[in-house]
Design a binder for this molecule. Sequence first.
Ligand SMILES: [Zn+2]
Length: 293
Amino acid sequence: MFMDPHIHMSSRTTDDYQAMKNAGIRVVIEPAFWQGQSRNHVGSFDDYFLSLMGWERFRASQFGIRHYCTLGMNPKEVNRADLVEGVMSLLKRYLARESVLAVGEIGYDDMTDAEEHFFAMQLELAKTYNLPALVHLPHRDKHKGTQRTIDIIRDVGIADDWVLIDHNTEDTLPLVLDTGCWAGHSIYPDTKMDEGRMVELVKRYGPSRIVINSAADWGVSDPLKVPKTAQAMREAGIDDETIKMITWDNPVSFFTKSGRVTREELETPLVVDQRQQWEGNSILRGQMPQVDA
Ligand SMILES: [Zn+2]
C-alpha cells in the first residue's frame, strides 16, 4: 500500500489512475499549483480549487484511490498584484473544507519580495486553520533557497513538524534534517532525484521524516515513481519496515495532523462503483462499469 503525497492528477489520464491502482497506490495528495502558464483571473483559481475538491477527487475514487488536496497560491503567480488579494480570500473560504489536508504548495521561485510576503502570509493561514504546510524548494539556487525557506518558517513560528519541505537533493537534505521539518523528495525520470540516488540517501540518513513522491504533472514525469522507488529500495536490501515508513507511515503521520482524516480511514480500501456520477457525469464513455462486491 503506497501513498503518493505530491502528484498533480488533473494533468494525468485514466490510464495513469489504473496503473497507479495496480501498482498499489491507494492515496494521493494533489497540491494546487500553476497550470504551465499563468492564470489571468481570480475565477480561474476558484474553478481550479473547486475541481481539486470535486471532479478530480471523484475521478480518483472511481479507480479505488483516495484523493485529497492542498490549497495555496504558488510563487510563480504571487507576483500578479492584481490577483493575489482575490486568491487569498478564496483560500480563506476553502481551507476549511474537509478534503483539504494542508496549505500548499507554497514557497520560493525567484525569491522576490512578493514571494516572500505571500509565502509568510500563507504559513500564517496554515497556523490559523490548524493545517500543516507543504513547502517546495526553488529549483534554482537551491542551497540559499533552503536556508531562506527555513528562516521564514522560523519567523512565522509555525512548528517545524507541521511543515514538509519538498524537492530535496543531496545538497539540501542535511539542512532540512537539522530542523524538525519533514523532508520530501520528488523522484523524476533522469533529473533532480532518481531511484538510485534516493536509495543512497535512505542508506545514509535512515527513514525518519523522509517522504517520497512523483510530483507528476504535465511535464516529463512518472506517476509510478513511488512504487518504483520502493522496488529499488527493496532490491538494494533496505528492509520492508523502512520502506513502509517512507512510502506510507510518514506521509500518513504528516497529513493526519490536519485532523480531517484518520489513519484508519486512509487504510480502509475504497469500494469502487463506476456507476456513480459527479454532478451528473460519470468517468465512463459507454464502457461496462467496474463494481466491487
Ligand atoms: Zn508540484
